[in-house]
Design a protein. Structure first.
Length: 263
């Protein structure tokens, strides 16, 4: 009998690592990371993100990691705000794409460049000067439509998930589906922080300076619902739009409550 129990325990401990998916190593910034999957597919602010600002320049940046890219005719939203701007990963060529709506003209939409590598941390940027551009690992730029202001938006900011697009304007070909992978160190600045065609990648954790308007380190303990905005502007992120057990609308459907506020 004792041998049977020992054998059962042995098999149990062998199967645990096979059934659990290993996390990637920490990003170059260190600390924790945000995991996005089918269950917890996005985090978002619970109110409009800077609804009255008219940005002449904007930079959104993050570290991302994924094992496999989107399918051929799909794309993933990395960072975005409905009606104003977005940074995506497009499955057709596994490349970054960026769009930004600006006053007095149609959307500036940029896609292309080298494929985003899988199985490693990559620093990605969306660069807006009332147009749109992007960069990866310190190379890229904004080559479209300088001048003017990005339009206002009364929508939340969202990381991951599905960010609705105005189909009456320029938009990416394919279906916006849920990002599956990991994101770390998201920072948004109210200036064009990087000038192409090359720049230095930030070392360590992103820092707050006079141009930082939102910054999330994602160093919270596992299971937390809220991710603190380290910029001091109070734009905290919440998993799947759930606050303290309340259910909010997302993409026209009701999300499922998955727990009370844990912090």
């Amino acid at each position: 009998m004792i041998y049977r129990k020992l054998f059962t325990c042995f098999i149990f401990f062998i199967l645990i690592p096979l059934s659990a998916k290993a996390l990637p190593p920490p990003s170059p910034a260190g600390g924790g990371m945000l995991k996005l999957d089918e269950k917890h597919d996005f985090v978002a602010t619970t109110k409009a993100w800077f609804p009255d600002e008219q940005f002449e320049g904007l930079t959104a940046e993050a570290w991302i990691y994924f094992e496999e890219p989107p399918d051929l005719f799909d794309f993933w939203s990395i960072i975005g705000q409905e009606g104003r701007f977005g940074l995506v990963l497009h499955g057709k060529f596994d490349t970054l794409g960026a769009w930004g709506y600006h006053e007095g003209a149609d959307s500036g939409l940029i896609t292309g460049g080298p494929p985003v590598p899988k199985g490693e941390w990559v620093h990605v940027t969306a660069i807006y000067d009332a147009g749109a551009g992007n960069g990866m690992n310190g190379k890229g730029g904004n080559w479209c439509c300088p001048g003017g202001h990005l339009i206002k938006s009364d929508k939340p900011l969202r990381i991951g998930g599905v960010v609705p697009q105005d189909l009456g304007r320029s938009h990416f070909v394919g279906e916006n589906v849920k990002l599956q992978g990991y994101i770390d160190e998201v920072r948004i600045s109210n200036v064009v922080r990087y000038k192409g065609p090359e720049w230095k990648i930030p070392k360590g954790k992103f820092k707050v300076d006079k141009h930082t308007i939102s910054l999330w380190h994602f160093d919270e303990e596992a299971g937390f619902s809220r991710f603190k905005d380290a910029s001091g502007n109070g734009h905290h992120l919440w998993r799947s739009g759930v606050i303290g057990g309340l259910v909010v609308k997302a993409q026209g459907k009701l999300t499922t409550t998955w727990g009370q506020l844990k912090r």
